[in-house]
Write a protein that binds this ligand. Structure first.
Ligand SMILES: [Zn+2]
Length: 319
């Protein structure tokens, strides 16, 4: 009896030690975010979209990677509304969070401050209701194309509206341009070109690993340390098929998956975003301006030219 009583506490202590050494191996943190839910896909094909959501969520759960999905509610009616909403529910049922990514995925330059704000409000009813059913608030907003508004008055009007309506902006501190690989990847699947599909996936994963390492270097340049990162990804078949390899990349880069709320506790996210411009740039670049640091651009690499050309051929839309 006595032994049985002691044993669990010994085991618990051993587990604590084990998890402690694990935590030392993973020195950094990263919150994964997936934009353009229910899916960024070349095809309006409901089974294809359902499948990629199922596989993505299964993989995230398998690797214990928390994630936040950012919804464009305009996509709900683009295919089968009931099944599209069911895909959003799957995210919440898998323990993931959801945020608002505007209704139509337009740029503030196109809509102006008033139109952009209307597009944010129009993008929230279904997501808000699904969260409310689970006693959760809708609290996160992600700008499409990372475009935060120009000139300063437009940016301020949007920022003020978001704050007044209970939103926090979800910044991006790792961006590996996954969207650019994703549509050629869909195209390869539709053409049953297995060699091309595998080649694109390989190029994507190599590019992602290199880019994650670059942002770690950039974080050291700007803050003198590794901040808790927020990584931008998209709800795509490419990521659904690559989730095991993506998890391996994070492990090799010593990054542990955390929720967006957890990552945002890092004081880096309290640094002012001074950027006012037309381009959508990430927050490491914004803060490099605020803190007067020069980013290590000499080691930056754009996505392979072959991928850029394939993307341009496949789809001229921006995502
Ligand atoms: Zn987007």
């Amino acid at each position: 009896m006595r032994l049985l009583k002691v044993l669990p506490s010994v085991l618990a202590a051993a587990c604590l030690l084990a998890s402690g050494s694990g935590a030392r191996a993973e020195t950094g943190k990263v919150a994964l975010t997936f934009d353009d839910l229910p899916a960024l896909s070349l095809f309006k094909d409901q089974p294809y979209v359902n499948y990629l959501n199922d596989m993505l969520l299964r993989g995230l759960k398998r690797h214990r990677l928390p994630a936040t999905g950012f919804v464009n509610e305009s996509k709900l009616d683009a295919i089968d509304r009931t099944q599209q909403i069911a895909n959003l529910e799957k995210w919440l049922d898998a323990g993931m969070n959801l945020g608002n990514h505007t209704f139509s995925h337009e740029s503030p330059d196109q809509l102006g401050a008033k139109g952009y704000i209307e597009d944010i409000a129009r993008g929230e009813p279904v997501t808000r209701a699904l969260l409310a059913e689970r006693h959760k608030p809708l609290g996160w907003f992600r700008h499409p194309y990372l475009e935060t508004g120009f000139p300063a008055a437009v940016k301020r009007e949007i920022d003020d509206w978001l704050a007044a309506h209970g939103y926090r902006i979800a910044p991006v501190t790792i961006d590996a341009d996954d969207w650019e690989f994703a549509e050629p990847y869909d195209d390869a699947i539709s053409r049953h070109d297995e060699a091309r599909r595998l080649r694109i996936q390989k190029q994507y994963l190599e590019y992602t690993e290199r880019t994650v390492a670059w942002y770690q270097k950039a974080s050291n340049t700007v803050f003198g340390r590794q901040i808790s990162f927020v990584m931008l990804l998209h709800a795509t078949r490419l990521n659904a098929d690559s989730i095991d390899a993506l998890s391996d990349i994070l492990k090799r880069r010593k990054l542990k998956g955390v929720t967006l709320d957890e990552a945002m506790k890092d004081p880096a996210y309290r640094v002012r975003d001074p950027y006012v411009g037309h381009d959508g740039i990430d927050w490491i670049e914004r803060w490099s301006q605020e803190l007067h640091k020069t980013l290590p651009w000499d080691s930056w690499q754009d996505p392979p030219k072959q991928i850029v050309e394939e993307y341009d051929r496949t789809n001229n839309d921006r995502h």
